[in-house]
Design a protein around this ligand. Structure first.
Ligand code: ZN
Length: 266
């Protein structure tokens, strides 16, 4: 087993699987019930996450993708059972944009050695196929643990969050994390994102942990109010922005205390 991944147990039978040697600071989660397990996202595909999670549980593992972006689906191809929101199922079957993958493979984006059998020059995301299409309100039953699917679009059209109501855990995908939140893509939408955030902020009083897909985990539920407030201020025209150069061209960046928001130049 290579040590590309770092596993942090954030609650009983909930394991964050980090990729601390790449600047993306991607986090997948293995959520284990009495009968089945969900792997929320499959990482960047640099290390073999299937080999890792099969050592961590003997329960059958189904993959759920928070959304279709390449850094969340890198090892999908190693799994048979994949679920994603219906709006993005077809997007798993496409090639990931080569410029973004090349950018990610630049040596300065690695904060430590890659696994010995990994070759950055031939890095690509192998397309995969969804077995199950998720929609708002679906319930994933793991035995003694249930995950409710919330459709929280904005970052992408089919972004989902997973809620364990009984335990007060919310897995937010790329909708909420500390750091730059991406709303600059062609299929991102600011107003939709703002509405998703209002909805998530309303859950905060009932939550114990927010479990994001990048950077630090777990987060306190207050982050949901902070991000919702930030988006409301942007939509209301009350937030100031700077223009910044990025791999996606010139963008607007709105800075807040723990996060920023990237949008296309209007
Ligand atoms: Zn991501």
């Amino acid at each position: 087993m290579d040590d590309w991944f770092e596993v942090v147990t954030v609650a009983q039978d909930v394991h964050a699987i980090l990729e601390p040697r790449h600047f993306e600071q991607m986090i997948s989660y293995l959520i284990v019930g009495e009968e089945a397990a969900v792997l929320l996202d499959t990482g960047m595909g640099i290390g073999n996450i299937r080999a890792l999670v099969e050592e961590m549980t003997d329960k059958p593992i189904a993959v759920v993708n928070s959304h279709y972006h390449w850094d969340h689906i890198g090892d999908n191809h190693r799994f048979g059972r994949i679920a994603i929101h219906a709006a993005e199922a077809r997007l798993l079957e496409r090639e990931a944009p080569e410029e973004l993958l090349q950018e990610a493979m630049r040596p300065e984006n690695f904060w430590g050695p890659a696994p010995p059998d990994f070759d950055p020059a031939s890095y690509r995301i192998t397309p995969s196929k969804a077995e199950q299409m998720l929609v708002e309100g679906d319930v994933l039953r793991l035995g003694g643990r249930r995950l409710l699917v919330l459709h929280t679009p904005g970052h992408s059209p089919g972004s989902i969050s997973l809620l364990s109501e009984e335990e007060g855990f919310l897995f937010t995908g790329d909708t909420v994390y500390e750091g730059p939140l991406y709303v600059q893509f062609e299929d991102s939408d600011l107003i939709t994102y703002c509405n998703s955030m209002k909805r998530l902020a309303d859950l905060a009083p009932h939550l114990r942990l927010v479990l994001p897909s990048h950077n630090r985990t777990p987060l306190e539920p207050e982050i949901l109010m902070e991000v919702a407030e930030g988006f409301s201020r942007i939509v209301a025209g009350e937030a100031r922005c700077r223009r910044v150069e990025s791999p996606w061209g010139l963008l607007r960046r709105y800075e807040f205390e723990r996060f920023s928001v990237l949008l296309p130049v209007a």
